[in-house]
Design a protein around this ligand. Structure first.
Ligand code: MG
Length: 359
């Protein structure tokens, strides 16, 4: 009798694939306009299981595909010593010693590790994180700064979505809002991306926005204007949310008393391991939580969606904005984001032509 025996590598095998996510429409914000987001996918294999992670690298961040691949080469030396089932705490702390920054590079490893661990245990990642099962939730969708005459078409395209995110922070902010309000009375969230540089002008804008059904204003002032933010949040009739002012768990104490809440992104905070710590501490300190993304594909967004039930709002529209998503994961139905597959992060590779290079 012939026995077919497949022997899998037990120790973690690391591969990566750089990729460029193309926007359906040019994406404009206070820093400028872009047509694509560069990303790096990481694949971890062990025991016949495969986990995927993503590092999304918008150009205003310090990281690039080259820096992520460089980091992965260093991390692989550590990862190759581990096999399933591994301790997340142990690996995350070892990876953390490679460098003080490289947050997106760390996040893509963290996401792939959780995906791999979940799949090997036949569990969804939210159960590994001891979080509630994500239920379909309204996500805000972004209308970027662009030509005002494109706004009606954009609104029509996004008709089924219940919350709109408007990027402000350039000249003509009131004009953009007035134009949107000609066509819809849906609630808005406003992201200034540090674009208002004077606290008096920021307060005047916020007071004006207070009559425009705005749920929160994100990062109204430059990230280091903490004293001005105390002043502004005290007077603001609208909830203020920190984005660029807070990256990691260690930044949270700087936010308390200065903003009403945080925009939590896996790419900023090095991944799910630290995100769960942030969620718990933020709740303890009564900070509101928005879960955001860096326009990543369904790979990163499926991972972020594991945290949905802990959030006051979600802003996970990345997969909607791009036209060459190599992963299937979350879907959008009547404006709600839904996690479809409850194994690992739920992300499934559908573009089999992704070119992975083994480290
Ligand atoms: Mg933001």
């Amino acid at each position: 009798m012939l026995f077919l025996c497949v022997i899998f590598d037990r120790f973690l095998k690391v591969s990566y694939a750089p990729y460029s996510l193309q926007f359906k429409h040019p994406f404009g914000l206070a820093y400028g306009t872009r047509k694509a987001t560069e990303v790096v996918y990481v694949k971890l294999e062990s025991d016949g299981f495969t986990g995927y992670g993503e590092a999304a690298l918008p150009p205003y961040l310090a990281e690039t595909q080259t820096s992520v691949i460089d980091f992965l080469n260093k991390a692989a030396v550590i990862l190759k010593n581990y096999k399933l089932p591994f301790s997340m705490e142990e690996i995350i702390s070892a990876i953390g010693t490679i460098s003080p920054n490289d947050n997106a590079a760390k996040a893509c490893i963290d996401i792939a590790l959780y995906d791999l661990l979940g799949k090997s245990l036949n569990k969804a990642v939210y159960t590994l994180l001891e979080l509630d099962k994500p239920q379909p939730k309204n996500t805000s969708v972004t209308i970027s700064i662009g030509e005002l005459n494109l706004i009606p078409d954009k609104l029509k395209e996004l008709e089924e979505y219940k919350i709109l995110k408007i990027k402000l922070g350039n000249k003509g902010d009131k004009e953009i809002i007035r134009c949107v309000r000609e066509y819809t009375d849906k609630p808005l969230v406003v992201d200034v991306n540090q674009g208002w540089t004077d606290k008096y002008m920021a307060l005047e804008m916020i007071e004006w926005l207070n009559n425009q059904n705005v749920l929160f204003v994100e990062q109204p002032l430059p990230k280091n204007m903490f004293d001005e933010m105390v002043w502004l949040t005290e007077r603001s009739p609208i909830i203020t949310i920190a984005d660029e002012s807070t990256l990691r768990f260690s930044d949270l104490d700087k936010i308390i008393g200065r903003f009403n809440g945080i925009n939590l992104k896996l790419m900023k905070c090095t991944g799910l391991f630290e995100a769960v710590k942030i969620v718990k501490y933020a709740k303890e300190k009564k900070l509101k939580i928005n879960i955001g993304c860096m326009s990543e594909s369904s790979c990163g967004v499926s991972a972020a969606a594991q945290l949905m039930e802990s959030a006051d709002w979600i802003d996970l529209d990345g997969p909607l904005l791009i036209k060459n998503n190599p992963f299937f994961g979350v879907t959008f139905n009547k404006g709600k984001l839904q996690l479809n597959n409850l194994l690992g992060t739920g992300a499934i590779l559908i573009n089999k032509n992704l070119n992975f290079t083994e480290v």
